[in-house]
Ligand binder design. Sequence first.
Ligand code: PLP
Length: 395
Amino acid sequence: MKINENYLQLQDSYLFSTIAKKVVDYTKANKDAQVIRLGIGDVTRPLVPTVVKAMEKAVLEMGDALTFKGYGEEQGYAFLRQAVAVYYAKKNIFLDKDEIFISDGAKSDVGNLLDIMAKENTVLIPNPVYPVYVDTNIMQGRKIQYMNGNAQNNFLPLPDEKVSADIIYLCSPNNPTGAVYNKDQLKQWVDYALAQEAIILFDAAYEVFIGEDSLPSSIYQIPRAKECAIELCSLSKTAGFTGTRCGYTVVPKQLIRQGIQLNKLWLRRQTTKFNGVPYVVQRGAEAVFSAEGLEECSENIAYYMENASLIAQTLDELGIWYTGGRNAPYIWLKCPDGMSSWEYFDYLLENLSLVGTPGAGFGANGEGYFRLTAFGKREDVVEAMKRLKKSVDKK
Ligand code: PLP
């Protein structure tokens, strides 16, 4: 047996383990320090009551011979796909429920979708970005080209006609930069993809954080995007499902390459390699899209966005350059005084007992930048911003 040697090309990810080790060492040496973590990408608010109630009911159904469910449809129960279709219809996007595939989260589908695309395809990936796009392509041995996010383009790279690509990754609102493409910018990407006969994998995991109506929360708000884009979405941040696991992927029937509907290929892939998301979880997900569920979840989103704006306000006051913090739960700041990402990490930990995420961990273009997240507790955010202001005043 020969191993898949592409795995040997992967870089070990030391980012979060290095952070954890540095924090442990610091707390051992500073027993009284009140460490605040603003680096986590996980939510802290619990599931909302409407979702909990729906899941409790579903558990009882599973325990009753009359309502027990065995295997479900691999692509998700019709009730949930219908609920997702209604959610999209509110954005004036009309999907057939067969174009919606329920997943156990966006991460799985980000990797699995590559099964239906040839190895020879060239991939275009923004830098910095969510590292899963890069690693899943390295695992399959694909050629990767990077597009540069930087302060000049506000970390929103646009297409370069001179570069050819087959698979394009876009993430908006972006992890880690919090940057959000506007309609005109996304149209440029759709036009480019159509001209190249490429496919956009549009990661909309953070769409719910978009508060400004003029910004697109789905790529299908751009004309002809159904002919060139697959959209991935997740309830992880929308409804606190990081530990519950549910998302959805849209593969429009109009998306055709070499005369073949990608929707058919994806259905074939899923029915072969996936046995669906648990019934109980899908009932919980359905409840997210109910009027009560949406209302309750929006309170949690508002809580996180208030955190984001507290951080953004502080950076404004301190004159620190950043992207995000509006329409996104991430704040991506330029490290002050020319510090590198890890120098700033050490500075914040050792002087303010504050933990964030070094931007260098998201790609070479992240060097010199730093990610803060809005997913923490309010009192921690308030205290962290107090410490940050004080430290600058002291200088
Ligand atoms: N896409 C992006 C951009 C993310 O940041 C994350 C999680 O952090 C995911 C996808 C994964 O989401 P899920 O929990 O649905 O697998």
